[in-house]
Design a protein around this ligand. Structure first.
Ligand code: IPD
Ligand code: CA
Ligand code: CA
Length: 284
């Protein structure tokens, strides 16, 4: 198999869009109507019938229209298709499940395409706000079919950032608390969106200037990485070196504040954090 032509990318972008819209429709139907909310093992890592139904809707469209030799990795159902293919679709049917269960409208269907491990196409759809973000390598990035670009903020002091905290934050010192404090101190603010896909999409369209996070999975970020790069931004490892997506740790910015963020991330030390012992542990 050779690297996909721009015609192929364009066709696959339309198929991924149809799949994201189908998944989004399912998420709209279950919005405020959930009867099943379960934990997936780690405390706080939720799954609902909406996650599963949206994934089934997304996969049905992808499998119906895409070539049979593609590989797939979906959050709830795992691997299927050709494991030897240089092409891997990474699907998160509901990124921001915690927000979704609280009807906090920051969530999305995220569909990314990787070529030999490199993200090259992405669709992120927030069905509650009806915002459709799309991008493919060399074809630019759009929001509701209009071109988007990253912000022009060049000073960390003028920037608005976003981050997140992984589900293992109570079990590791690498919990992002120190980074959060440092950037809160140095910037106009740090938001915690609760959906990595939406966080990256917001950097791509310039609502936010930078995003960093650890403990992510490929389905959380594959699509969003393409959005940021195609909108003119930069995505790397924390140290500014080339991104290795499987580390689950990334820095995405408008490019202009990238060096400053690398500098902070390279110096930060874990915070000595002692949780308050509550008198009633059940209230946790
Ligand atoms: C989560 C969201 C969140 C991030 C977590 C992810 P989920 O995905 O992207 O913003 O902080 O690390 O796991 O569980 O809602 O699909
Ligand atoms: Ca996710
Ligand atoms: Ca998910």
């Amino acid at each position: 198999m050779t690297y996909p032509s721009s015609e192929a990318l364009q066709t696959w972008l339309e198929i991924a869009t149809e799949a994201a819209l189908a998944g989004g429709e399912v998420l709209r139907q279950y919005w405020g109507n959930l009867s099943e909310i379960a934990e997936k093992g780690r405390s706080g890592d939720l799954v609902t019938e909406a996650d599963r139904a949206a994934e089934a809707a997304v996969m049905a469209v992808l499998l119906r229209h895409l070539p049979k030799d593609h590989g797939f990795l979906a959050e709830e159902s795992g691997r299927q298709g050709n494991r030897q293919s240089p092409i891997l679709w990474a699907i998160d049917p509901l990124d921001g499940t915690t927000n979704y269960t609280h009807q906090y409208p920051c969530c999305a269907v995220s569909i990314g395409l990787l070529w030999e491990g490199e993200p090259i196409l992405g669709v992120v759809f927030n069905p509650i706000h009806q915002e459709l973000f799309r991008a493919a390598q060399g074809l630019g990035a759009t929001l509701n079919r209009r071109p988007i670009q990253v912000s022009t903020t060049s000073q960390l002091a003028q920037s608005l950032l976003v981050t997140g905290f992984a589900y293992d934050r109570r079990e590791t010192q690498d919990n992002n608390y120190a980074e959060f404090c440092q950037f809160t101190h140095l910037t106009q603010g740090v938001r915690r969106g609760g959906s990595a896909a939406v966080d990256l999409a917001y950097v791509a369209c310039g609502r936010l200037d930078g995003y960093w996070e650890r403990g992510l999975s490929v389905w959380d970020i594959a699509a969003g990485i393409v959005l940021v790069r195609e909108a003119g931004g930069q995505v790397t490892a924390y140290q500014g070196s080339p991104l290795e997506i499987e580390t689950g740790r990334l820095l995405a910015t408008n490019g202009l504040i990238h060096r400053a963020m690398v500098e902070v991330l390279s110096q930060v030390q874990p915070l000595a954090f002692t949780p308050i012992p509550l008198s009633d542990p059940l209230s946790l």
